[in-house]
Design a protein around this ligand. Structure first.
Ligand code: ADP
Ligand code: MG
Length: 683
């Protein structure tokens, strides 16, 4: 239960003075719902103003505070603004311009009376003017510096400052959770004063850093608690004897990296503690085979295994691949997604319950409460970056004994991010591609050359090659994405004939998608026009040409994933990035990087720099909360210290019982890591 001391911060904003439903609704657009969200709504910068006795051309462009005395009004007619002419402290004249609310302006600025105004000084021909200046109450002291906040319609900066201050009144002094020597070394103050300082006119990097650190500390501590709780649990060791996997007939031998990694996994599974392992390997490095071997290891030991995929298409593909390989060796593979209904679903549920199904593949449907396993020993999560930490936690609740967990991800993650997203897991890496792979050649081509690209596609098809054509991503609208893909398919069908061009997008029925994917995999279709539904996992080695339309609209990690659909066999593969005409500097640089390198790791680092971790890790898709305060640079800079600090604390006081431990609990609640606190004994 959340500690008493934090309750006031968790009150809804409407509990604050002067906040009604309308304002609350506006604030909600900024994700500000509770007092807590207000105090953590940090300024994005500060306004600096200059106090001047008089206006002058040298001050143009600055935000100026000046005392003025109005002497003439020029009423605006129609759309023309109302102008109030005023004299400054010397013999200059300032025009105060109002496009709306002239009545208010006249009341605030009575003729012949001196008032203080502030605003940006503009040159209007020879004249000097301010548009919609702020007019101070008589006797009010102007602020030379003021924090500026991210705003939304209906909330001015002034109002936001007041709201934040109202929130601050609910912010208590909190006991200290940071290690004393670290705090001293960093010159940090207590939580509340750091917060107050950040919201004051003297913004301070140091104060902000402390708040960011708190968040990273909560994150690290939560992951360590998850790890600790999972390590405390005992499970049945799964020690396969290799008798089943030996019968597999593979057309190739394992790469050195695959062999090493499967060794690490078998070692983990033979322990009486549940495995918690992350398997990283670039696109095309052969993770599926490692997953299969791990699952067979569980089956050999008499247990069942389940494999979770983020999309229906990927689940079906895995099912096909695994079934093909397993049928011959007497291992039973089934699929369960939202689409299995009625009898089909019943029979899968029965097979799982009586143990006759050894391996289950599917989407999240495989973890619904109605699904009972005879003896689930291993869970594999493919494309883990599509899921979140909390989903990972839920998975291991299934089974008689806590199951072992293997999470796989192709998105190569910079080390510091591994720390913040997977800090509780052990990491294995496949750092080698299967032999014979040739680097994918990437070209960036202007979309004015669309005709040439289509002709090139024709030659590729005539040479018996298959290709993907990915259509531009239109934010938040699958309907629009689908329409664009349909139009592209129509054009290509006109040119190459209906039978050779397939189409798959998110708005199609599951069965339709399957049929198209199957035809493409079997080589009956030459070109597959698609939206990003094919982004992850799809494996058709004979496809060696990837065309991505509107490439500048994709994230780098996403482009890398898409490009990874080709280059999966021994043939030479190509990727054509079609770009629009008006590209920003950054967009150009990003496409150039794609052309230059196939190294997913470098691309991820760069993507992190340009976009932010949420997008890289796909936490947005999963609905998982990212960091509210920490920016990517902060993570790189402060996460290692936060991890060290959290580790020390857990080593000394794993139950968070000591005075500092209690304070750390508060920090966890403050950043809403309640689930992690729940893992403490009696937490
Ligand atoms: P990813 O790591 O992206 O999930 P996949 O498991 O889909 O990669 O493997 C990519 C391709 O490489 C597949 O077609 C697979 O059959 C092939 N492959 C996997 N392991 C090997 C290997 N050791 N030697 C040759 N090809 C392999
Ligand atoms: Mg894969």
């Amino acid at each position: 239960m959340r500690p008493e001391i934090l309750q006031p911060l968790f009150a809804e904003v409407e509990a604050l003075k002067g906040v009604g439903p309308r304002l609350a609704k506006a604030l909600a657009r900024l994700k500000i719902v509770r007092a807590l969200d207000l105090v953590f709504h940090l300024p994005s910068g500060t306004i600096e103003r200059v106090r001047a006795p008089a206006v002058s051309h040298s001050l143009v462009g600055r935000i100026v505070i000046v005392d003025v005395t109005p002497f003439q009004i020029r009423e605006g007619r129609g759309r023309a603004p109302t102008r109030i002419l005023a004299r400054d402290g010397e013999d200059g004249v300032l025009t105060l311009t109002f496009f709306h609310n002239p009545g208010w302006a006249k009341k605030q600025l009575p003729m012949g009376e001196t008032r203080t105004v502030m605003g940006k000084l503009d040159a209007y021909g020879e004249e000097l003017q301010m548009v919609h200046p702020e007019v101070l109450e008589k006797g009010a002291e102007p602020l030379l510096r003021e924090p500026v906040y991210p705003l939304t319609e209906g909330v001015t900066n002034k109002r936001m400052r007041e709201l934040v201050q109202a929130g601050m009144e609910r912010a208590p002094e909190l006991p200290e959770w940071i290690e004393p020597s670290l705090k001293q070394r960093k010159d940090w103050t207590d939580w509340r004063s750091a917060l107050a300082r950040t919201h004051s006119h003297e913004t301070s990097e140091t104060a902000r850093n402390r708040l960011v650190y708190d968040e990273l500390f909560a994150n690290q501590l939560a992951l360590l608690l998850i790890r600790q709780a999972s390590r405390r649990r005992r499970t049945r060791p799964l020690d396969g004897d290799g008798s089943i996997s030996a019968r597999l007939s593979l057309p190739y031998s394992l790469t050195g990296a695959q062999a090493r990694v499967i060794g690490e996994i078998r070692g983990d599974m033979a322990q009486d503690r549940p495995m918690l392992r992350l398997l990283q390997g670039d696109v095309g490095s052969g993770k599926t085979l490692v997953a299969l071997l791990a699952m067979l290891h569980a089956v050999e030991a008499g247990a069942q295994a389940a494999m979770l995929a983020p999309t229906e298409i990927l689940a079906r593909q895995h099912h096909e691949t695994l079934k093909r390989q397993c049928e011959a060796i007497g291992v039973n593979v089934a699929i369960l997604t939202g689409r299995e209904k009625g009898k089909a679903r019943e029979s899968v549920l029965m097979g799982l319950a009586d143990g006759s199904i050894h391996i289950l593949v599917g989407t999240h449907a495989i973890f619904q409460s109605k699904v009972d396993y005879h003896d689930l020993g291993l869970i594999v999560v493919d494309e883990q970056h599509r899921f979140g930490v909390s989903q990972r936690l839920l998975l291991t609740e299934k089974g008689r004994h806590p199951p072992h967990l293997l999470a796989m991800t192709a998105t190569p993650i910079p080390r510091t991010l591994t720390l913040t997203q997977y800090g509780e897991m052990d990491v294995s890496q496949i750092d080698e591609l299967p032999p014979g792979r040739q680097p994918i050649e990437t070209l960036v081509v202007s979309d004015s050359k669309l005709g040439d690209v289509i002709e090139g596609l024709g030659r590729h098809m005539d040479a018996k090659g298959q290709a993907y054509w990915v259509c531009p991503l239109v934010e938040e609208s699958e309907a629009v994405d689908a329409a664009a893909a349909e139009e592209r398919a129509r054009v290509l069908r006109q040119r190459f004939g209906d039978a050779r061009v397939g189409l798959v997008h998110g708005r199609m029925k599951g069965e339709e998608k399957d049929a198209v994917m199957t035809s493409f995999a079997a080589g009956r279709i030459d070109v597959l026009v698609a939206t990003t539904v094919i982004e992850v996992g799809v494996d058709v080695p004979n496809a060696t040409l990837m065309i991505i339309e509107g490439a500048e609209r994709f994230g780098l990690a996403q482009l890398h994933q898409l490009r990874g659909r080709v280059g999966r066999g021994e043939g030479k593969s190509r990727c054509v990035l079609l770009r629009g005409s008006d590209l920003s500097e950054t967009a150009r640089a990003r496409l150039a990087l794609m052309r230059e390198t196939n190294d997913g790791f470098r691309i991820a680092e760069e993507d992190l720099r340009l976009r932010g971790p949420g997008e890289i890790l796909g936490t947005r898709q999963s609905g998982e909360q990212g960091f509210r305060l920490a920016a990517p640079e902060d993570v790189v800079e402060l996460a290692p210290a936060a991890q060290g600090d959290a580790r020390l604390l857990i080593e000394r006081d794993g139950g968070l019982e000591s005075e500092r431990g209690q304070a750390a609990r508060i920090c966890l609640y403050l950043f809403e890591r309640d689930a992690a606190v729940g893992l403490l004994k009696g937490g």
